[in-house]
Design a protein around this ligand. Structure first.
Ligand SMILES: Cc1cc2nc3c(=O)[nH]c(=O)nc-3n(C[C@H](O)[C@H](O)[C@H](O)COP(=O)(O)OP(=O)(O)OC[C@H]3O[C@@H](n4cnc5c(N)ncnc54)[C@H](O)[C@@H]3O)c2cc1C
Length: 321
């Protein structure tokens, strides 16, 4: 029952959630008495692919001819590798691409699938996945009859410091399905401003309805820039058209776990909380001392964000200077 992990790479480095998934697969494989393997797609140099050994992968399957960054070709490759290699599980570190590939792979292999997983354990030669349900108030556990596809919630797995080991790299040639070649990657790049990758940011400055109007987000942007972070938002403000949907955190938005989550003018509704409660440090600014967000903040500042945010930005800039 070997475990296969998809390791996404971009500009010569692996995505940190992929590395967390490789390390987690290695830990679980150790308990199952099996091996953790990885799949890399496209132009991935030998040393980069082999470096996954430092996170515990014993073998890396590389599909040089498939395009990286699109779901369908990866599904073709992983399905083929799992069929030929007899892998019992596929593990993903989360993220939109991971969700799309994992769901497609489960359909292709007729395997069980669990998404938003926060913990995986091994016992009696099988894996059990746990995922929070009902607004994170309960945990559901899943086991798999045959093969299992486990897709983690973003940042669910820690990324250890890389070891010295290197993995064997095996090139595989997979015939892509006709539909997998219909889409082509036009360009890949790092988005800036409102479109920045909020799931990967270490610092998020999130704004809510308390900002008063769309222009209020300029206060969040200035602080995020000073802190080297990104801007996020509540559903109330994205629904109002103040900020893009891609920045929405919560039950119907993205799940994040930055080192610092600073919430400005956010009440802290349960639907928002489930998307950010795993943040390492939560700081909230709200003029209402009874706002629910203070119940789960590490630091609460009761006051007017229009006064506090600019002062905070100035202080951060002064400190950095
Ligand atoms: C099915 C469903 C799914 C949902 N999914 C999501 C989701 O994914 N993400 C999400 O965020 N929400 C979601 N919601 C909506 C959620 O219930 C809340 O309505 C929303 O999170 C509230 O957003 P808010 O905190 O920006 O606004 P509000 O609740 O209106 O809070 C604004 C806060 O700003 C404070 N404030 C006002 N002026 C100032 C000032 N000058 N200085 C400081 N503080 C100030 C107020 O005291 C208040 O606490 C969902 C709801 C449902 C029913």
């Amino acid at each position: 029952m070997n475990i296969l992990v998809y390791a996404l790479h971009y500009e010569g480095a692996f995505n940190k959630n992929s590395l967390g998934a490789v390390a987690e697969a290695a830990r679980l494989a150790g308990e199952l008495g099996s091996e953790a393997h990885a799949v890399v797609i496209g132009d991935c140099p030998d040393d980069l692919a082999a470096s996954l050994g430092g996170y515990g992968a014993s073998k890396v399957f590389r599909a040089k001819d498939a395009p990286e960054g699109l779901a369908q070709p990866v599904i073709d490759v992983m399905a083929s590798v799992m069929d030929e290699g007899g892998h019992g599980y596929a593990l993903f570190g989360g993220g939109l691409l991971g969700f799309e590939i994992g769901a497609g792979l489960a359909a292709r292999l007729n395997a069980g699938v669990t998404m938003e997983v926060t913990s995986v354990s091994a016992a009696d030669g099988k894996l059990t996945a746990e995922r929070p349900i009902h607004g994170d108030s309960s945990i559901s556990t899943s086991q798999y009859k045959d093969r299992g596809i486990i897709i983690a919630r973003l940042n669910a797995f820690d990324v250890p410091v890389a070891g010295e080991d290197t993995a064997t790299v095996e090139d595989v040639s997979v015939q892509l399905s006709p539909w997998s070649t219909q889409a082509t990657m036009v360009t890949r790049g790092e988005a800036r401003g409102a479109e920045v990758d909020i799931e990967g940011a270490d610092v998020l400055v999130a704004g809510g309805r308390g900002l008063g109007k769309a222009e209020g987000f300029e206060l969040c942007e200035a602080l995020a820039e000073a802190l080297g972070g990104a801007v996020a938002a509540t559903r109330a403000v994205v629904d109002a058209g103040w900020y893009p949907y891609s920045t929405q955190i919560g039950q119907t938005g993205k799940t994040v776990a930055p080192k610092l989550y600073l919430a400005a003018g956010i009440s802290g509704a349960i639907q928002h909380k489930v998307g950010m409660q795993a943040s390492e440090h939560i700081v909230a600014i709200n003029k209402d001392q009874n706002a629910p967000i203070f119940e789960y903040s590490d630091l609460g500042i009761v006051g007017d964000l229009n006064k506090i945010l600019p002062k905070l930005t100035e202080a951060v800039k002064a400190k950095k200077a």
